[in-house]
Design a protein around this ligand. Structure first.
Ligand code: OAD
Length: 232
């Protein structure tokens, strides 16, 4: 299992106290996607959208990586081949847990973006609609997160990584949002062994050869332990 590609979603950060999206009390039960996670929503009401991401940024700033994030960092360090994490999460818990090779396909809460000149910088804890871009001084700044209707980041790197993967794992994602929801099927067709690690079967479970269900903080360290044991 030389090349390992791991897709992560909100479920891996749930035990760090960050809310998921589609659970009964998830973020999308409390906020309308159209209002807070689309370019149109931001145009209609930037104050509301900044408020939503400011609150998430403040919550994420207090969160600590859990045993699942740390186990993936250990895998990157101790596995003899490559380990790539593709995360849909906008928190920085993979990096805080020690992972280095991470693609944030839906952007980062800690990033700010000017949609006039595309300059990027570290976001302040609180963003407002009157913030100026430090490069062009326009007040066209937004959180550097990918909204519905926008193209995810890193696609040029993700496609070849899926094609080259010997092992593909999806952790803590409900399999509802594309393109990530198709990565299991894609990697399997291209020859990878596929494993889903999630609290419960996801909408994409049938695309995976191996299924492991339970809380990420338990099942991910167990899985990593097995992978590292098998390589010796
Ligand atoms: P979801 O909220 O859709 O799914 C979270 C998954 O994690 C569910 O299948 C849960 O069963 C599972 N889960 C919950 N707690 C868990 C735990 N302790 N251990 C393991 N699994 C657990 O979140 P995502 O699939 O990440 O995009 O959502 C994908 C995208 O939809 C997000 O990146 C976001 C959202 O809309 C944008 O905002 C563009």
């Amino acid at each position: 299992m030389e090349k390992i590609v791991i897709l992560t979603g909100a479920g891996i950060s749930a035990e760090s106290g960050l809310g998921t999206f589609r659970d009964e009390e998830g973020l999308w039960a409390q906020h309308a996607i159209d209002d807070v996670a689309t370019p149109d929503g931001f145009e209609r009401n930037p104050l509301l959208v900044h408020g939503f991401y400011n609150a998430r940024r403040a919550q994420a700033a207090k969160a600590k990586p859990n045993a699942a994030h740390k186990a993936l960092a250990r895998l990157e360090q101790e596995h003899r081949g490559e380990v790539l994490i593709i995360t849909q999460n906008v928190d920085s818990l993979h990096e805080a847990g020690g992972s280095r090779n991470v693609i944030h396909m839906h952007g980062r809460l800690n990033g700010a973006l000017c949609h006039a000149c595309e300059h990027r910088w570290e976001a302040p804890l609180e963003m407002t609609p009157t913030d100026q871009c430090p490069a062009c001084y326009e007040t066209t700044t937004r959180p550097d997160v990918v909204w519905f209707g926008e193209i995810p980041y890193g696609m040029h790197a993700i496609d070849p990584a899926l094609a080259a993967a010997d092992l593909f794992a999806a952790i803590g994602t409900s399999g509802n949002v594309f393109p990530a929801a198709a990565y299991g099927q894609h990697a399997r067709r291209l020859g990878a062994h596929t494993v889903e690690l999630n609290l419960e079967p996801s909408a994409a479970s049938r695309d995976f050869k191996e299924l492991r269900h339970g809380p990420a903080s338990e099942i991910v360290p167990e899985w990593v332990e097995e992978l590292l044991r098998d390589q010796t």
